[in-house]
Design a protein around this ligand. Structure first.
Ligand code: ADE
Length: 244
């Protein structure tokens, strides 16, 4: 999977993603990261890429032409139009299902805005997807791009060591993940739930599923509407007073 990031702060993206699991996947060649500095396409001797908004208002806007040229340089390299994501609080909310969809592509472009935004005309020309990572406003699109790239990367085959671990975790089937425990068996007087020590695989699975359902009901009841619960699980929740 190849990620292209159009940004005024390439070192932020490089530093963030050349770390930990994504860093190792880049080294192994499973992922590739191409940061493009929009300032390199300023086309003026002061390397200026921003200007005042027509009609007035606070702050500066990123101009259309440098952004367009930065995108075109990537398109030329790829030899085709690429799915291009603009990070903006106005976009569609990012979620695991969107990550799964984007992970099907073999190349993606992320466009990171700064200042008060980007001239609308270039967005109309190059952007295919407008995406927000949440209802709050950040200073730029770099952190959201890294959040998205990290999420998508772990769905790419070979990025995680354990082939299973991307599948059975939070948001799979619209349920949160069950609680997990490791050694020691007793930590500061707190015991690991006995079923996990029983070696009885079916009972462990049953307990985990139940914990996922209970946890989701307690912490994210909004997710349950989309979850595929059995009649028995629905009954359990109806009568449920048990703490998770
Ligand atoms: N840029 C600034 N804030 C953002 C957000 N919440 N999501 C995506 N891009 C952004």
């Amino acid at each position: 999977m190849k990620f292209h990031v159009l940004t005024l702060f390439p070192e932020m993206i490089e530093n963030g993603l050349h770390t930990s699991i994504t860093g190792r996947a880049i080294e192994k060649g499973i992922l590739s990261l191409n940061t493009v500095n929009i300032r390199d396409f300023a086309g003026n001797k002061h390397n200026k890429v921003d200007d005042y908004p027509y009609g007035g208002g606070a702050g500066m806007l990123m101009q259309a032409e440098p952004v367009y040229c930065a995108y075109k340089s990537v398109e030329e390299q790829a030899g085709r139009r690429l799915r291009t994501i603009y990070l903006t609080p106005q976009g569609k909310p990012f979620c695991q299902a969107m990550a799964r969809d984007l992970a099907q592509e073999d190349e993606l472009v992320f466009l990171c805005g700064h200042y008060e935004g980007i001239d609308e005309r270039v967005l109309e020309e190059i952007v295919t997807d407008y995406v927000s990572i949440g209802d709050y406003v950040l200073t730029g699109g770099e952190l959201p791009a890294m959040v998205m790239i990290d999420t998508i990367s772990r769905l790419v085959k070979g990025v995680l060591n354990n082939g299973d671990s991307a599948e059975f975790e939070s948001f799979q089937d619209s349920l949160l993940e069950y609680p997990q425990y490791s050694r020691p068996e007793v930590w500061r007087g707190k015991e690991v739930p006995p079923v996990l020590l029983s070696g009885h695989h079916a009972n462990v699975e049953k307990w985990r599923r139940e914990q996922s359902v209970l946890r989701t009901a307690k912490w994210r009841p909004d997710l349950l509407e989309k979850a595929d619960l059995s009649e028995k699980e629905k009954q359990m929740l109806k009568g449920e007073q048990k703490d998770v």
